[in-house]
Design a protein around this ligand. Structure first.
Ligand code: 9WN
Length: 421
């Protein structure tokens, strides 16, 4: 397909998945509004419909909880094609039925991008309305996902990381007792090949974590202290650190200077805290189980987000470039979600190996900003080649470019339009 044809298909995917102001990731498999999906989708819409781009983010923030949390799924209408739906979560923290935890906070970064593309008065007004909501969301992360001021951000559930069955979670997940799980029927494996999805045992534990948090009424202090899963995630830490820098720039642009000292405090807390996630044997940032202090032992695609977070220490960048080159000699397409030399790597199973377009977009941005246009462009070319070969799939094999997971996928289409083409 030519570039123009791919552009047309990508736009059609976004408009077909549009539910009237918010976009589903793909029909059938994911029939609701997901948090970080929507924000990347807004970046795609911004290439041909700015009003629609703002709308996507505004609708996401309509679901913000009273305590500041922005949920990972908004269940605007019940749809039996997805499990677990609203009744399993049992939340009542916000105005729209939702899941009980969040997802990687990319909103400040993309709102800043939207203003770069269009700084009209109308756009500035919309950004001004969003600003305090994003600020409140970041404050929620700092309070309840880093309750001990360590400068690293935890996830209370693999789903909160957005990288669900990543090998980094295996050890902590094994420590979650399977309990309080009513008999259930998965829906994901009726939409896509089970070999590309998490195992049943993973799901049993995912649901056990939900049950434990439901028991404490999803109260954020109690969740932080009692949740059976509490793991510091380099992905969410780096994405939030980056988003705080963008929020600071937005504060400047929008005249919200009163917020700046608080945001600066968060930035320096995470800049210092990130060192805790540095695995000195591996020479990369990894996850750390905050209940036990144990670090994970593999390089993941989030390790490559350090430059995106603005960490430019040569002691970090040099080994990262070496990992990049080592991995690029092992697989045809970058960046696999997990190290292909690690024993847990599987090239088609979801977050245990496959390449995800929006992760590549963030990694490439960081490398370009750190003065490495060569590696940045390699990621862009690989992402384009994967889409040209496999179509607008949810994720791809780094070895064969095989399309995996759901098809006609919104964020893959958005990233094509915004960057990969
Ligand atoms: C659970 C929607 C979401 C993404 C996540 C991805 C996958 C959901 C699932 O799909 O997770 O949130 O049911 O598997 O892992 O990153 O936001 O595209």
């Amino acid at each position: 397909m030519s570039q123009i044809e791919l552009d047309q298909v990508a736009r059609k995917i976004l408009t077909d998945n549009d539910q009237g102001g918010y976009t589903v990731p793909t029909k059938g498999l994911y029939p609701y509004q997901w948090n970080w999906d929507s924000v990347f989708v807004a970046r795609g819409f911004a290439t041909f419909d700015t009003d629609r781009a703002w709308r996507e983010i505004e609708l996401l923030f309509e679901g913000q909880w009273r305590d500041g949390m922005v949920p990972h799924i908004l269940f605007r209408k019940d749809d039996p094609s997805y499990f677990p739906g609203p009744s399993v979560w049992g939340t009542d923290g916000g105005p729209i039925p939702s899941s009980g935890h969040s997802q990687p906070p990319v909103a400040a970064t993309i709102v800043r991008d939207l203003l770069e593309l269009d700084a009209s008065d109308a756009a500035l007004d919309r950004a001004k309305l969003l600003f305090p909501k994003i600020l409140q969301w970041h404050r929620w992360f700092m309070a309840y996902r880093d309750p001990d001021n360590l400068g690293v951000i935890a996830v209370i559930h693999p789903w909160e990381s957005g990288r669900d069955n990543l090998p980094d979670w295996d050890d902590a997940l094994r420590g979650v007792e399977i309990k309080d799980v009513a008999p259930y029927e998965r829906k994901d494996t009726s939409h896509v090949d089970p070999a590309m999805r998490p195992h049943k045992e993973d799901y049993d534990r995912y649901l056990s974590i939900v049950a434990a948090c439901r028991k404490v009424g999803w109260e954020p202090e109690k969740v932080a202290r009692t949740c059976p899963f509490f793991v510091a995630d380099p992905g969410i830490t780096f994405i939030l650190l980056r988003a705080c820098r963008d929020l600071l720039a937005l504060a400047d642009r929008l005249g919200e200077t009163a917020a700046q000292p608080e945001v600066e405090g968060w930035i320096s807390r995470m800049e210092t805290g990130a060192a805790r996630l540095w695995n000195s044997e591996l020479k990369a940032h990894v996850a750390m189980n905050l209940r036990t202090g144990k670090q994970s032992d593999g390089v993941s695609s989030a390790s490559f987000l350090a430059p995106y977070a603005g960490l430019t220490d040569p002691e970090v960048l040099k080994p990262l470039r070496e990992h990049f080159d080592r991995i690029s000699a092992k697989v045809r397409y970058l960046m696999p979600s997990y190290d292909p030399e690690h024993q847990a790597y599987e090239h088609l199973r979801y977050w245990r190996g496959p390449v995800w377009a929006m992760v590549n977009f963030m990694i490439a941005r960081g490398f370009a900003e750190a003065g490495d246009p060569g590696r940045s462009d390699r990621l862009r070319r690989d992402t384009a080649a994967l889409i040209q070969t496999g179509g607008f799939a949810e994720y791809f094999s780094p070895e064969t470019a095989e399309a995996a997971g759901g098809g006609s996928f919104s964020w893959t289409a958005a990233i094509w339009l915004a960057w990969a083409r």
